[in-house]
Design a binder for this molecule. Sequence first.
Ligand code: XMP
Length: 326
Amino acid sequence: DWNMPDYVEEAIANIREQVGDEEVILALSGGVDSSVAAALIHQAIGDKLTCVFVDHGLLRLNEAEQVMRTFADNMGLKIIHIDASDRFLGKLAGVTDPEAKRKIIGREFVEIFQEEAAKLSNARWLAQGTIYPDVIESAAAKSGKATGIKSHHNVGGLPETLNLKLLEPLRELFKDEVRKLGVALGLPPAMVYRHPFPGPGLGVRILGEIKREYADLLRQADAIFIEELRNTVDEETGKNWYDLTSQAFTVFLPVKSVGVMGDARTYEYVVAMRAVQTTDFMTADWAELPYSLLKRTSGRIINEVRGINRVTYDVSSKPPATIEWE
Ligand code: XMP
């Protein structure tokens, strides 16, 4: 059995013993795993931990501000915040192929992290939020049993060339244990129980070429959808629809369709709402969201987001469709 206070104490003692007086760096994404790893290591060694938060310009609405508020302002972590959106969007200009986009984002991320790591000449350790399923998956990949169809560029790909020792305090934990640990460490439950968000971010939710204009429109539409999911409670279960779905988001379609507003004809972009239920993300059903929720959300998106005049709901399950559109 798993006793949380004992576990936290033991984990902290282990980290202190492992790193001694040496300094640690960690790439903080704002996702559950890296966030919990950061909070835990910070409890153990305080300012000897430096986090690097790279904003690739493909995050959700206000996400960078939220990460900085939670970790830097509220919890007092030392964080280097790199706004690299120009750099990423520059490299991505004209690129339409999904895998090419993933590779560029992954490569650029590693490069920026390396640059920052080189500046922290005292760091001897690279901390990662690797959890038990990642350990299993990478063992399977090494033995040739590749699991995924899409190349995932998470922090797991950070290079050996950094010459740092690896600190992976979550290696033995399953996701639900990581979440409980996060809450025990004082992270906001809403952050710890967030849906997964892919490393390339909105980069794989803008079909084809990525443009800042598209990302800005998508961020607004997505925030409305998420807000409505959180605010709509299912009477049967008493839970809100964000918690009743495994992943929900909005996808930007770079096509224009005709609409009408007042007496005028409009010719604007389309977004698709996507919400799925799954336990393992290998298969997934599209979520049977209430019509009233879909109606309210589409109405708000069309009224509030200038530049989008049509909203669709994706009713494809996985397989054969994937969860993301790219
Ligand atoms: P698919 O679209 O393959 O997604 O059904 C399954 C799960 O994986 C996530 N996903 C990614 N995560 N980097 C990531 O870190 C990626 O490139 C990537 N592509 C898909 C997706 O959000 C879903 O949870």
